[in-house]
Design a protein around this ligand. Structure first.
Ligand SMILES: [Zn+2]
Length: 191
């Protein structure tokens, strides 16, 4: 996919022996342009690996091999795979999304996000499921609306990312499935 590089100075080189095991979904609570300049500012002390605009444009701020500063604070975490007393930044990849918590996400933004999630998960052998793709709020309860007021958006991204990862069933498999469906309908009608 087309990724525009926008290097941020806010990161640690490497991951102190950890590797990406999850993807954290965020909302910018602002614009892509604004986020570009915020992450470029050393004084902000924040960053993420990626940012996605409402047009589907993807920006990269930090390399996946390095540690971005997007989810370092832990408060009442409910994420199942959280590691006690380890900074979550060390073992996650962060993706920011343009807009405000109440915005409806554009299809273009969802598609880009799903494609990016799929690529990240393939690179690091991360399962594409709800345990590994998490909202920021699941790590830091004081950001209850990151990435969105509507929490279903994360399920949707997981479905989109996972759905396109599986190869399309062959025509034979599809034919067998239709025959089985037909047989089941016939059996049901005989009951
Ligand atoms: Zn966030």
């Amino acid at each position: 996919m087309n990724i525009i590089q926008k290097k941020s100075p806010n990161f640690w080189a490497g991951r102190k022996g950890y590797r990406p095991e999850g993807v954290v979904i965020h909302i910018m609570d602002g614009t892509l342009v604004g986020t570009d300049s915020w992450f470029a500012n050393p004084a902000s002390l924040v960053s993420s690996h990626y940012g996605i605009g409402r047009t589907g444009e993807v920006h990269q701020y930090v390399k996946e091999e390095d540690t971005a500063w997007h989810a370092g604070r832990v408060d009442a975490a409910v994420w199942k795979l959280i590691k006690p007393n380890i900074n979550p930044n060390l073992y996650t990849v962060g993706i920011e999304h343009e807009g405000k918590p109440d915005d409806v996400w554009t299809d273009a933004m969802k598609q880009s996000s799903a494609e990016l999630i799929r690529d990240i998960c393939q690179r690091w052998q991360i399962p594409i499921d709800r345990n590994h793709i998490v909202g920021h709020f699941e790590i830091f309860s004081k950001k209850p609306n990151c990435p969105a007021s509507n929490k279903k958006i994360i399920d949707e991204l997981v479905a989109l990312a996972g759905g396109q990862q599986t190869s399309h069933p062959s025509q034979v498999e599809e034919g067998v499935r239709k025959i089985e469906e037909g047989l089941a309908q016939i059996k049901n009608s005989l009951k």
